[in-house]
Design a protein around this ligand. Structure first.
Ligand SMILES: O=C(O)C(=O)C[C@]1(C(=O)O)C=C[C@@H](O)C=C1
Length: 360
């Protein structure tokens, strides 16, 4: 045995000893999580899932992280530990905008971990319906993209739905060019309309003159590319794997920080964590300066508004509702006071939920 072989054996021995300790600790942790679940059952709790506690566990893990593992990897490991612990007692069923292989599936698994049952659905309103009927515990739907803006259909669903927002997921979206052969044989490139838009400059530079066709989802694009060597798809890693496609070019999105934000919807009130957001649906009274009057209490009390979108109210023509995200939780005293004023000023007011800010 050479010196390097001896060294390798010694290092692997150290890893084996650590793995044994990690495994013993994991089993101890899982048994304690089971006790927590029994206590919740005795308490008559509807869900064992606690988004605020999971956010706290993840934030602590990231605060402790001194490398060399990046925050994203540390968060993923702790996410999976909690997912497996929760599944021991009460596996969750998660509906999401499918089909399998979409970025929404990636977001759902990033948030809930792999130890959940997933239910891919064909449209955003189906996700709302399955959660409302109790057929799924929670749902995951896209809400906005940092390059292409808002997903209107998701916002519109909140006008009539009784579901609350229980969490948000921020997913770095990396697009790849996928196919079965080389790009030279390609006649067309297919993808979801938002993905085509997010890769517009890359396509202009590298595939000028090739037809761009929008389809229902990135996963559907990958399926089409797998069936026809003249078709290229733009989609992510999971769709590439699912359909056995070759990655012809990686990370072709025009902006390297391309991020999509998803919402977790369900029938659960989350507790404050100290780093929360609250989403509101409002409309002003029909008079001059209504929006200014509506939002003035937020500014006066130093509450940060992180987003505002306007959508037709669907009740009468030229009447608009505003979707607003603010920092803080409805149970924070200051926020509660300001929301009371806001409610008094609004013609229509609905709190869509308070939830922990996305972690990692
Ligand atoms: O602390 C709890 O309430 C638990 O159930 C334990 C635990 C965990 O594994 O840390 C598991 C699931 C919950 O969603 C949150 C945390």
């Amino acid at each position: 045995m050479t010196k390097e072989e001896r060294r390798l054996r010694e290092l692997r021995g150290k890893i084996d000893a650590l793995d044994e300790k990690i495994q013993a600790l994991l089993s101890r942790r899982a048994r304690i999580a089971q006790e927590v679940a029994h206590s919740k059952a005795r308490n008559g709790d509807k869900y064992f899932y606690r988004p605020e506690r999971e956010a706290e566990v993840l934030r602590r893990a990231l605060e402790r992280n001194r490398g060399p593992l990046p925050d994203e990897s540390v968060a993923r490991v702790f996410r999976e530990i909690m997912s497996a612990c929760l599944a021991l007692e009460s596996p969750l069923k998660i509906a999401f905008l499918g089909p399998a292989g979409t970025f929404t599936q990636e977001a759902a698994l990033k948030h809930f971990g792999q130890a959940v049952e997933t239910l891919p659905l064909g449209a955003i309103d189906e996700v709302f319906r399955e959660v409302e009927s109790g057929n799924a515990h929670f749902g995951v739907v896209p809400v906005e993209n940092s390059t292409e803006g808002v997903v209107n259909h998701t916002l519109d669903m909140f006008l009539a739905s009784s579901l609350k927002i229980c969490g948000e997921v921020a997913l770095r979206v990396h697009h790849h060019l996928l196919g079965t052969g080389a790009t030279s044989a390609a006649r067309r490139v297919v993808s979801h309309q938002q993905s085509l838009a997010q890769c517009r400059e890359w396509l202009d530079a590298h595939l000028p003159g090739i037809d761009r066709v929008s389809v229902a989802s990135n996963a559907e694009a990958a399926r089409l590319a797998a069936a026809d060597s003249g078709t290229l798809a733009i989609a992510g890693d999971s769709a590439a794997g699912l359909y056995g496609l070759t990655i012809l070019a990686t990370n072709i999105e025009d902006r390297p920080d391309n991020t999509t934000r998803f919402l977790v919807i369900g029938d659960l009130d989350t507790q404050p964590t100290g780093a929360d957001k609250t989403s509101l649906l409002l409309s002003g009274k029909n008079r001059p300066g209504a929006l200014h009057r509506l939002l003035a209490p937020l500014a006066r009390h130093g509450i940060n508004m992180t987003r505002i979108e306007s959508r037709p109210s669907r009740r009468s023509i030229w009447e608009y509702v505003f979707f607003i995200d603010i920092e803080g939780h409805v149970r924070d005293r200051k926020v509660a006071g300001v929301l009371k004023r806001l409610e008094g000023e609004a013609a229509f007011y609905k709190c869509l939920g308070s939830y922990p800010k996305a972690v990692a």
